[in-house]
Design a protein around this ligand. Sequence first.
Ligand SMILES: C[S@@+](CC[C@H](N)C(=O)[O-])C[C@H]1O[C@@H](n2cnc3c(N)ncnc32)[C@H](O)[C@@H]1O
Length: 351
Amino acid sequence: MAVRDEAAMGELAARLEAVIKARLPSGGTMAWIDPPPGRALGLLGAKGFSTRFDHASSLGCEFGAWFSPPAPVDMVLVTMPKGRQACRMLLAMASEAVKVGGDIVLLGETRLGVKSAAADLATVCGTPIEKLGHAAHGAAYVAQLGAAVTPAGLSPWWQSWTLDGLEIASLPGVFSAEALDAGTAFFLQTLDAAFVSRHNKIMDYGCGAGVIAAWVARLGGDVEAMDVSALAVASTAETARRNGLTVSVLASDTIDQTRRRHDAILSNPPFHDGRKVDLDVARAFLTKARTHLKPGGTIRLVSNRFLPYAEPLADVFGSVETVAENTRFRVLQAGGRSRKSPGANRRADDE
Ligand SMILES: C[S@@+](CC[C@H](N)C(=O)[O-])C[C@H]1O[C@@H](n2cnc3c(N)ncnc32)[C@H](O)[C@@H]1O
């Protein structure tokens, strides 16, 4: 699965720092929608940025699904996300945040189609684009907003699909925004009414569009869901709302922010950082999860078979059990009174 290469985007921004700064009027205001973490943010003179903020500006940092400054800014930088629709949404967000005549700067990876995104930038602005520069893996383009746009916010961007009678609502760019992930589908088969009756307070860590959260909430679980992405948090809340379910949704990059102790912690954990597998988030989550479980509580997660979660789980919990597996995925469980679910241990040809 291709995801954004944050290091490449940071390198591109750092290389173009002088060019970008030169375009900003003296005393002008600048915002950056979905900035890459790291060095480039500091180089652009902003303070207090962190990966937890989806939008940052010279007016301050903010976490939220939609960036809406108190007054239009002189320049908006947009880091291109994966997915054309997700990028179009961020460009629309930028067009509502910038002054007429102000710059929208798009930074993106060649591999993810920055040229096509630049064409979308021209459409949004109604003016021609100019190439600002490039680095090893990407390029930056700019256009000036030609005319004021009517603010529409997030409303036009919602999409949805159904899962066994549940409506899964999602914003572009959120994990499984358009369809059920195969690993999540396999996981759900192990989460039945019997499991939920034994585990009332349940955490869905890395909730995405809220598929797991909604599934176990419908079975009667008292669910808290958590994700680092503002778009995912908004999507999970909307999924719960559309299905008349109560799910408490938290924005955080660490499970330590949970407000309570759980009977079960469930997850399809993230394992990418940029272009490569990165298990740091998952390892930190596995290490910390135990302190957020009630005594006898259970952690259950699904992953691609090649991911080495069994060892860290066994290190923390003493032992680990395979609840179900097929040729692609494995559902692991640790802690608690682990019991195999009906329908578990499915074979590849059951898929
Ligand atoms: C593999 S997706 C699973 C999404 C959803 N649970 C599903 O199965 O459809 C992993 C999710 O973890 C989120 N994530 C990534 N890093 C995180 C972190 N540090 N803390 C919490 N969530 C994180 C991502 O935004 C993504 O939504």
